[in-house]
Design a protein around this ligand. Sequence first.
Ligand code: ADP
Ligand code: MG
Length: 559
Amino acid sequence: METKQFKAESKRLLDLMINSIYTHREIFLRELISNASDAIDKIYYKSLTDDSLTFDKDNYYIRVDFDKDKRIIKITDTGIGMNKDELEENLGVIAKSGSLQFKKDNESQDNHDIIGQFGVGFYSAFLVAKKVTVISKALGSDKAYKWESCGAEGYTIEETEKDSVGTEIILTVKDNTEEENYDEYLGEYRLKEIIKKYSDFIRYPIKMECTERKLKEGSKDEYEDYKELKTINSMVPIWRKNKNELKDEDYDNFYADKHYGFDKPLSHVHISVDGMVSYNAILYIPEQTPYDFYTKEYKKGLELYSNGVMIMNKCEELLPDYFSFVKGIVDSQDLSLNISREILQHDRQLKLIAKNIKSKIKSELERMLKNDRDKYEKFYKAFGRNLKYGIYSEYGSNRDVLEDLLMFYSSKEDKLVTLAEYLERMKEDQKYIYYAAGESLDRLKKLPQTEMLLDKGYEILYFTEDIDEFAIKMLMKYKEKEFKSVSSNDLGIEKEEDKDLSEEDKKENDKLFEEMKNVLGDKVKAVRASKRLKNYPVCLANDGELSIEMEKVLNAMPN
Ligand code: ADP
Ligand code: MG
């Protein structure tokens, strides 16, 4: 039996790793299971080119056992195993990935399913274990070896007995301390939960002895417990399945299973991209606004997987703020499993995926708008405000993505219309896109300022939400047509109208207007005659850029 030292840097790296890369202790199981899955994959890929090897999927599995009294957790796999050199190379040198090497050596093959490539995952075992024992027999070898380590001090390797090819990883779980309780990992329920959470879509069965309950023989009301070896993971993720095999119901069920919401999604997009970056995704447009959606508590994000293994619950980087309502999952083999939050923010692949996802969501919303107007309006009532905030908060820089998705009520129809629809039926002599902002549709319909425009047959958009006008101010134009508030001093038609007002008319009223201005004082800037009115004697107009409604909102804001 030989005792060897870890390579010098390894000690520090090990410490660093254990304490900083992983924020959740429970991921040790995810890492060890993905290594086991990689090891089985390797046999599979070898069998593709090696005729002496046959791969019968039923013979390959991963198994998790635990013994509460002995304080051990055991992860067994029927994978390719490691010989003595490989144990030293792969487990004795931190940040050395045998899996990455395997991928390089077998470049020509379609082996991109292998997850590992960083060479640190294995050491996460020390997050919960005080001692790690690895017993392994490599494919094609008749000897088995035992590797053992208690952490940074080093490791031992010795020959041992093992019947079948594969690897057994035995963790001796740490003792509880004042601060930390490790007992939770020695329980059936908790282990099952972790497997489900992170490794549900590992392609090979992950088996565990589960406690089941049945009626005692011959009894009608007495139960007894028994153990049964069960497969915990569901194996084939829905996003890897072919779209044609799936029904709307399957997508709806997945949405519910994942607790994305209690509603039924309005629509889903199933994406499989192979190219600059490869990924699969299922995205949902929810029907209802989550109760906390317009609060600070709401966290946007998509679930992120690296090749079937969960990395993150809510990856914010995948969604722009204006699409924060989208739910769903992204799985990419181009992302490393051991990636940290900080690295992720700068990850080029992730940025590419995010960009791609943004355009997919946009197309889906446009598709809904075009083909399923009712649904789109439902969506818009729930999340339209978020799109308008998007335009406002990013200074209209995202107009290309959002402007065609906007809708407003209009004087023409008692329903929401798009800007494109407005433009299409604009009068020939009409210069602007007119809008009126106010508290409610009822009030807006009675607004004196609109009379003349409506008389000319111009359509007016009705803005009833505070954000509407602010967003429009950021857009400024839609396809070269400027927006104009009906309370604006210059409606772009007034010049000719003003001319009709004779000098005498103006003079005649001068005294009256002066008197009115005196009475109103600072409340108005000026009192003028106008031909804008027909049935109403008077209306308010604004002089500068800000409409009266906007001024109201700004004045109401806390300083
Ligand atoms: P990674 O998985 O990123 O390569 P790990 O630290 O998780 O890094 O594992 C290091 C290496 O150890 C792997 O690349 C693999 O070669 C080897 N290894 C780990 N676990 C197993 C296993 N169960 N069976 C065979 N080889 C393994
Ligand atoms: Mg690994």
